[in-house]
Design a protein around this ligand. Structure first.
Ligand code: B1M
Length: 214
């Protein structure tokens, strides 16, 4: 268990946009043998969510949001790289990306890290990914699962378009689909006809394993 003080310091380093402190805390966490995922989820992520709320309330502006997200990314890059890879490959091939029009990729990056740590073969298309790219890549690599992330209420529409495009191409039954991102819900999943919704990275791994069993 990571101490509350440490997690709070991690969160505050993002809120204060203090890159040196965030990077130092990320290294300290690894040196002291803390669970990198716990530090990301209960520390740095709490900070960036606070930043989002301040942005929403007009207490800070886009340049500060950009800077704070760079601090968050610097810290999570260090911790993501340290997440231990499990030996056993679970055989899942996952194509994943953030949908077109959307450049939020911190959360998707954490999902990718945890999937890789569980031995999944992950093809990360990055962010602002055109819908047909997901399908082309899935066809190219022979994927089992296509995952899409969306952080904006406007870009969630891309997840719906992906389902429609799969149906139009006659490929819907060939792949399992999973959706995620802060505004995405189980209700949205049902509405668009995706196979699974995951709330966070741990849930995404669990849901992919369930999809492959089912
Ligand atoms: Co933006 N942004 N942003 N932003 N940003 C939000 C999303 C917002 C809610 C902030 C707010 O107003 N409160 C708001 C959206 C409002 C809405 O749609 N209703 C918003 C806005 C408005 C914008 C801009 C439009 C601002 C502007 O330009 N005026 C702009 C849009 C740019 C674009 O995409 N076209 C913009 C830009 C940016 C930055 C570039 C500055 C930066 C992103 C940097 C980057 O990602 N490289 C940024 C950030 C950092 C945020 C907030 C503050 C934090 C997002 C984040 O990293 N969260 C965000 C506020 C918020 O979400 N509370 C906000 C931490 C991360 C670990 O969580 O991404 O949710 P999350 O991922 C989780 C789960 O959702 C899940 O697992 C992850 C790990 O637990 N998950 C999946 C995610 N993907 C998954 C996929 C899966 C399964 C699970 O399967 C495939």
């Amino acid at each position: 268990m990571v101490s509350r003080e440490f997690l709070e310091a991690a969160a505050e380093s993002v809120v204060k946009c203090d890159k040196d402190q965030a990077v130092d805390l990320a290294h300290q966490a690894l040196d002291k043998g803390m669970d990198p995922l716990e530090v990301i989820t209960d520390g740095f992520t709490v900070g960036i969510v606070r930043v989002g709320e301040m942005f929403d309330r007009g207490e800070l502006f886009l340049p500060e949001l950009v800077l704070c997200s760079e601090v968050m990314k610097a810290a999570t890059d260090i911790l993501n790289a340290a997440v231990v890879k499990e030996e056993q490959v679970k055989g899942a091939k996952v194509v994943i990306g953030t949908v077109e029009g959307d450049i939020h990729d911190i959360g998707k990056g954490i999902v990718v890290t945890l999937m890789k740590a569980h031995g999944f073969e992950v093809y990360d298309l990055g962010r602002d990914v055109p819908i047909m790219r997901f399908i082309e890549e899935a066809e190219r690599v022979g994927a089992d699962v296509i995952g899409s992330s969306a952080l904006l209420t406007t870009t969630m529409e891309g997840q719906k378009k992906l389902e429609e495009a799969l149906r139009q191409e006659g490929l819907r039954e060939k792949y399992k689909t999973i959706v995620g991102g802060a505004p995405v819900t189980e209700r949205w999943r049902k509405r668009i006809g995706a196979d699974a919704y995951a709330e966070n990275a741990t849930d995404a791994v669990t849901k992919v394993l369930q999809l492959l069993e089912g």
